[in-house]
Design a protein around this ligand. Structure first.
Ligand code: ZN
Ligand code: ZN
Length: 102
C-alpha cells in the first residue's frame, strides 16, 4: 500500500491525500510540485528516478473497508531538505536520461 507522507520532504509544505500538488517517485519519496520542477528538476535526490503525481485515496468508503478512514495517510512528517549544490551536480547527469529510461 502506498505510503502517503503528509508533507514535502524539502520545503515541508502540507500535502494531504486530496492535495493536487503531491508528487512521488517509485520509492514514495514525496515532494510538492514546485520543488519537483524548481529545485529537483524531476530528479529524485534519493534514487535518481522521476516523479509522477500522487493519487488521492478516497475519503469515502466506495468499496467496503477501503478509504482514508480505514487506511489513513501517514501522519509522520519526513523532512530531509535537499543540498541544492550537490543536487545540481547529481541532477545534471541524471536528467540527460528520460525518466522512463533511467
Ligand atoms: Zn516542496
Ligand atoms: Zn526516490
Amino acid at each position: 500500500m502506498l505510503l502517503m507522507k503528509p508533507n514535502c520532504e524539502h520545503c515541508d509544505t502540507d500535502l494531504p491525500s486530496e492535495s493536487n500538488d503531491a508528487m512521488i517517485c517509485s520509492y514514495e519519496c514525496t515532494f510538492c510540485v514546485d520543488c519537483v520542477s524548481d529545485v529537483l528538476d524531476n530528479v529524485c535526490p534519493n534514487c535518481g528516478g522521476g516523479f509522477n503525481k500522487r493519487p488521492t485515496r478516497p475519503s469515502r468508503e466506495w468499496c467496503k473497508g477501503v478509504s482514508t478512514a480505514h487506511q489513513p495517510p501517514s501522519s509522520e512528517r519526513v523532512l530531509k531538505p535537499v543540498d541544492i549544490e550537490a543536487h545540481l551536480h547529481f541532477a545534471a547527469e541524471v536528467k540527460r536520461v528520460k525518466p522512463r529510461k533511467r
